[in-house]
Design a protein around this ligand. Structure first.
Ligand code: ZN
Length: 216
């Protein structure tokens, strides 16, 4: 009987967050975690980067941390797609007021080494589910050591001025996508570059955000 069911049913989907097989694209416990975090964000109890608007799906811990690690090192468009759909379902992203999606760029040398940029994969999938155009309008002007090898203040110095916009963005309202936000130095430096190119508004969206500031 079991073999017959396996033959008839489509292959089981995996939860976008924890990766466990199941029927739903986001399992019940992970859906509850997302909802709890969204409530926490809306109460203002979670202080997310003073100057910018950062929208995050979950805190950077546990299952989502492992999932992002897979996205980073296993070139998986399927994971990016599943995470983008989880974003859309959780209604975290603004439904209006954004007209362009872009992503934190990777330096060319690192891109060539890895073959893909996980932030771009996510950005493209988010743009697709939100029915918005995606364009990489940021350039990394110099190669910088990976942020996770540095402390908090060194991270800010590391990426300051490392980005520039490749076109004039006058009047654009931009959704800037990255996978993880820890100190925020990278997304803040990117948002700054977008504003310098005359972007009207920049909203930052990350899958996961670090809540422990001391992590750097
Ligand atoms: Zn799950």
């Amino acid at each position: 009987m079991k073999w017959l069911l396996e033959l008839l049913l489509p292959p089981r989907a995996r939860c976008a967050i924890c990766g466990k097989p199941g029927q739903a694209s986001v399992c019940t416990p992970c859906t509850a975690d997302i909802a709890a975090f969204q409530r926490l964000q809306s109460t203002g109890l979670v202080k997310l980067l003073g100057q910018g608007k950062v929208l995050a799906l979950l805190p950077y811990e546990g299952a989502v941390r492992r999932r992002i690690h897979r996205l980073k090192f296993a070139n998986s468009p399927a994971i990016a797609r599943a995470l983008a759909q989880a974003f859309a379902r959780a209604e975290v992203l603004p439904t209006c007021g954004v007209d362009l999606v872009t992503a934190v760029p990777m330096h060319r040398a690192r891109y060539l080494e890895r073959g893909y940029n996980q932030a771009e994969l996510l950005g493209k999938e988010l743009a697709a589910v939100q029915k918005l155009p995606f364009r990489q309008v940021l350039l990394r002007t110099r190669s910088t050591p990976p942020q996770n090898t540095l402390g908090r203040s060194a991270r800010a110095r590391n990426v300051a001025g490392a980005f520039t916009a490749s076109e004039n963005l006058t009047g654009r309202r931009i959704l800037l996508v990255d996978d993880v936000c820890t100190t925020g130095s990278t997304v803040i430096a990117c948002a700054e570059a977008l504003r310098q190119a005359n972007a009207l508004d920049v909203v930052i969206a990350v899958v996961a955000i670090s809540l422990t500031r001391s992590q750097g």
